[in-house]
Design a protein around this ligand. Structure first.
Ligand code: DAH
Length: 377
C-alpha cells in the first residue's frame, strides 16, 4: 500500500491514507459514485427475485463496497467526513430505492407467471388438444343413432309413444303370433339366425321389430299408438344394400274405428314431418302375413325430390317399408276382439332410410367406423 500517492487531490480536500489504502476525499467520493453506479447496474440486470436477494446482500450488506467506504470516514477531517458520509448515505438510499422498484417489477412478473400456470381454459371447443399435443376430435352419435332419434322425435310429436322389446325372441313372438304357423311359407321372407337354446329352432335373434307389437298388445289394452325401434338380425351376406345386423322401426295403432285411410294419412303426415314439405308417400299392394290388406309404402326420392335419378332408378320414388291393417289372426293371438278394435301397423329399416336420405352408395360403410365417413354427419 505504501508508495501510492494522490495526484488528484485539490486544496479543498485533505490527503489521508485509510486502512483500505484509499487516499483522498475526491477518490473516496469517486468510489462512492462508482459503487452506486455498479450497484444500480447489478440490480437492473438481476433476472429473478433470487438474484435480487443475492445482489442486495452484496450491495448493502456489511461487506459491501459502501460499508467499506464508511470505515474510511473516521480518518477524514470532520468536514470531509460529513461530505463523504453524506455521499455514502445518498448512494445507499438510491440503491435501496432501486432495489424496491426492481423487486416490484420481478414480483409482478412472478405473479403473472403463476396466474398463467393456474389458468383454467373454460372456452368450449370442438377440437381439444391432449397434454401431449395430439388433436382429439370430440365424438358424436352415429348417423344411424341420430336417424333413430329423429324418427322417435317425429313420431312422438305426432302423438305416438316409444316402446322396446327383446332382441332374442322365441319362435312364437317372431313368427307364430304374427300369423306364421310352423312351416308357413312366408317364414322364408326372413333368413333367421337361431340360438342354441331349448329345443332346436325355438329361440332366435329377431328378424324384424314386428314381435314387439305382440309384446305391446299383450301388456297394454287399446288404444295403442306406439313406435318400436330396435336392432334386428338376419342370416344375410353383407352387400351394398344389406347388413346382417340392422335397425328397424315398427309402428302400431289399435283403436276403435281405425281404417286404411288412417294408415295412408299417417304415413303421409310422417313423410312430410320427417322429410320436409313437398315430400309425399304412396302405397302399393303387397303381402305380409300379419296384415290384411298389406302394402309397401314409397316416399318421394329424397335425392332428386321426385325428378328421377340414379338412386330411385328414374322413378322419383323410393320404397321405404311395409304396412297394412292388423290381421284378425294377430288380434286373436293376443286376445284383442277384432269386432271391437281395428288397427294398422308399419315397419321400415332405419339404416336403409339413412342410406337413401344421404345418398350412401354402400351400406357397409355404416359399420366401418371410418372417421372420414362418420364425421360427415
Ligand atoms: N316386419 C316387416 C319386415 O321386416 C315390415 C313390416 C311390414 C312391418 C308390414 C309391419 C307391417 O308392421 O305391417 O319386412
Amino acid at each position: 500500500m505504501s508508495g501510492t500517492s494522490s495526484t488528484s487531490s485539490t486544496s479543498s480536500t485533505s490527503d489521508i491514507t485509510g486502512t483500505n489504502g484509499i487516499k483522498g476525499t475526491a477518490e473516496l467520493l469517486a468510489r462512492v459514485e462508482a459503487a452506486q453506479q455498479q450497484g444500480e447496474q447489478a440490480l437492473a440486470g438481476a433476472p429473478t427475485t433470487a438474484d435480487l436477494k443475492a445482489a442486495e446482500a452484496e450491495l448493502l450488506g456489511r461487506k459491501s463496497a459502501l460499508a467499506q467506504l464508511n470505515t474510511c470516514l473516521r480518518d477524514l477531517t470532520p468536514e470531509d467526513r460529513k461530505l463523504v458520509g453524506q455521499a455514502v448515505n445518498d448512494a445507499r438510499a438510491k440503491l435501496i430505492s432501486a432495489l424496491a422498484n426492481k423487486k416490484a417489477d420481478l414480483d409482478a412478473v412472478d405473479r403473472a407467471r403463476a396466474l398463467q400456470a393456474d389458468r383454467l381454459d373454460l372456452t368450449e371447443s370442438l377440437r381439444t388438444t391432449s397434454p401431449s399435443g395430439v388433436i382429439q376430435d370430440r365424438g358424436h352419435l352415429h348417423l344411424v343413432t341420430q336417424t333413430r332419434d329423429e324418427l322417435e322425435d317425429t313420431f312422438v310429436a305426432m302423438g305416438f309413444s316409444v316402446a322396446e322389446g327383446p332382441e332374442a325372441e322365441t319362435d312364437w313372438y317372431n313368427f307364430e303370433a304374427l300369423n306364421m304357423p310352423p312351416a308357413h311359407p312366408a317364414r322364408g321372407m326372413w333368413d333367421t339366425l337361431y340360438l342354441k337354446l331349448g329345443a332346436p329352432e325355438t329361440v332366435l335373434l329377431r328378424t324384424h321389430t314386428s314381435p314387439v307389437q305382440i309384446h305391446l298388445m299383450e301388456n297394454q289394452k287399446p288404444p295403442i299408438y306406439a313406435v318400436m325401434p330396435g336392432r334386428c338380425y338376419r342370416r344375410d351376406t353383407p352387400d351394398a344394400r344389406h347388413l346382417p345386423v340392422f335397425h328397424q322401426i315398427e309402428g302400431l295403432v289399435v283403436d276403435r274405428g281405425i281404417t286404411f285411410g288412417d294408415l295412408a294419412g299417417t304415413i303421409e303426415a310422417f313423410t312430410e314431418a320427417f322429410f320436409g314439405p313437398g315430400m309425399h308417400s304412396r302405397l302399393r299392394p303387397s303381402y305380409f302375413p300379419f296384415t290384411e290388406p298389406s302394402a309397401e309404402f314409397e316416399v318421394t326420392c329424397p335425392i332428386c325430390g321426385g325428378d328421377g335419378c340414379r338412386t330411385c332408378s328414374g322413378s322419383g320414388w323410393i320404397e321405404l317399408g311395409g304396412c297394412g291393417m292388423v290381421d284378425p289372426e294377430v288380434f286373436a293371438a293376443v286376445g284383442i276382439d277384432p269386432e271391437e278394435y281395428s288397427g294398422f301397423a308399419f315397419g321400415f329399416g332405419i339404416d336403409r332410410l339413412a342410406q337413401v336420405r344421404h345418398g350412401i352408395e354402400d351400406m357397409r360403410i355404416l359399420l366401418d367406423n371410418d372417421l372420414r365417413f362418420i364425421s360427415q354427419f
